[in-house]
Design a protein around this ligand. Structure first.
Ligand SMILES: *[C@@H]1O[C@H](CO)[C@@H](O)[C@H](O)[C@H]1NC(C)=O
Ligand SMILES: *[C@@H]1O[C@H](CO)[C@@H](O)[C@H](O)[C@H]1NC(C)=O
Length: 367
């Protein structure tokens, strides 16, 4: 059978592609990418940087395989007893797990919790979606956007963000130079196409999307639209997540208004935010904010992340200790939370950094 001959070629090409992955990224960016990957995404950091870049063989290689062929490859894995309920062992689609994680591990984000779960659950239960799922996460840094993207990856894919079905793009690190935008466009299109050819239910995460060059957004737009296919490949089972700070100020203002008027933040509804989020996006600068993605119909759900309060920071600290098997007193948790900076100046209500760096900070307050 021909597949036996094809497989060694695949491994060889994968190894070769590793070598070329970073040729357009400066050494400094590579370093920061790894730093960010380890610290913010809390991936298991390996000395070998290739592990952090989720390699995809070069486009020429995969494009010679029709999609049927890839299916045959999957079936071949199955015949070796590597088969799974989803038909693809790389994909776990654990909605129960996602619901549980969003409920127990995410703090202070009732809207994100329900919107993300409903959106993902609805999308995965539809056998014939008419377009890819596109979610746009908005909010200050440290409010949980990366964390939720990670929970989605962890529950939908066996290998989480390291899965070959998942690609993470951090705008300023993968696409740092405006003058290279045409090169990046080609690379990005190729990466999206290659990933979907390998794994129909692919997940693409664009972090710091507010820094994406407009040309790059135009390049990815067709993949998110209602087309049956683009150049013979169907993208309709893919998931796109855009993470940005666009609209963060509007979200914070609404949350502060609720607090001033004595209302619960849990009573903030999408209707309180969506209008202001859109209008702030229209006013703000940058490719993503100004793009048709934001104004048009391509984003399925806007997901607001509210600024976090003292009590939420304490919960993050509790989780960070628990991850190390420690269960400190309330007093210790208070110490960690007190060490954060709170804004605005007068109310001192919201943690300026959200829960960012809490896992690192708890080192200084060991019980
Ligand atoms: C980047 O890395 C290459 C290969 O490791 C090295 O030769 C080169 O000097 C580095 N450039 C800078 C600016 O550090
Ligand atoms: C789904 O996630 C839950 C909670 O994390 C876990 O207990 C369960 O084993 C997972 N199911 C599968 C099929 O992985």
């Amino acid at each position: 059978m021909i597949l036996f001959r094809v497989l060694p070629v695949i491994w060889a090409v994968t190894a070769k592609a590793d070598f070329f992955q970073f040729d357009s990224i400066s050494n400094v960016s590579t370093y920061y990418f790894n730093y960010i990957y380890c610290n913010i995404w809390e991936g298991e950091c390996q000395p070998n940087q290739d592990d952090a870049t989720q390699q995809v063989p070069s486009g020429d290689f995969w494009s010679v395989f029709p999609q049927d062929y890839m299916r045959t490859l999957t079936e071949w894995y199955c015949s070796l007893g590597q088969c799974c309920d989803t038909g693809d062992c790389r994909i776990t689609n654990n909605i129960t797990g996602l619901a549980r994680d969003l409920e127990l591990k995410l703090h202070g984000q009732h809207l994100a919790q329900s919107v993300v779960l409903k959106a993902v659950q609805g999308f995965l239960s539809n056998p014939e979606p008419n377009k890819p799922l596109t979610l746009s996460f908005h909010g200050w840094s440290g409010t949980g956007k990366n964390f939720v993207a990670r929970l989605v990856a962890d529950n939908l894919y066996r290998d989480g963000v390291k899965s070959e079905c998942v690609r993470l793009f951090i705008a300023p690190f993968h696409f740092p130079h405006a003058k290279l935008v045409d090169v990046y466009k080609g690379q990005l299109k190729e990466a999206i196409r290659d990933t979907v050819l390998r794994c129909q239910q692919a997940l693409f995460i664009f972090d710091e999307a507010e820094k994406l060059h407009p040309g790059l957004i135009d390049a990815v737009k067709p993949y998110m639209d209602h087309y049956d296919n683009v150049d013979g490949v169907s993208y309709r089972r893919a998931i796109f997540l855009f993470l940005s700070n666009i609209g963060g100020t509007a979200i914070n203002d609404v949350t502060l208004d609720f607090w001033h008027s004595g209302q619960n933040r849990e009573d903030i509804g999408m209707e309180d935010l969506e209008h202001r989020l859109r209008s702030e996006a229209v006013e703000s600068q940058g490719g993503f904010a100004q793009s048709e993605l934001m104004s048009g119909h391509l984003i399925d759900f806007f997901v607001p992340f509210l600024p976090l309060e003292y009590r939420h920071v304490k919960l993050c600290a509790r989780d960070a200790y628990a991850a190390r098997g420690l269960h400190p007193s309330e007093a210790i948790l208070d110490e960690v939370a007190k060490a954060m900076l709170y804004v605005p100046k007068e109310e001192k209500l919201f943690s300026a950094q959200g829960c960012k760096s809490i896992p690192q900070r708890v080192n200084f307050f060991l019980p």
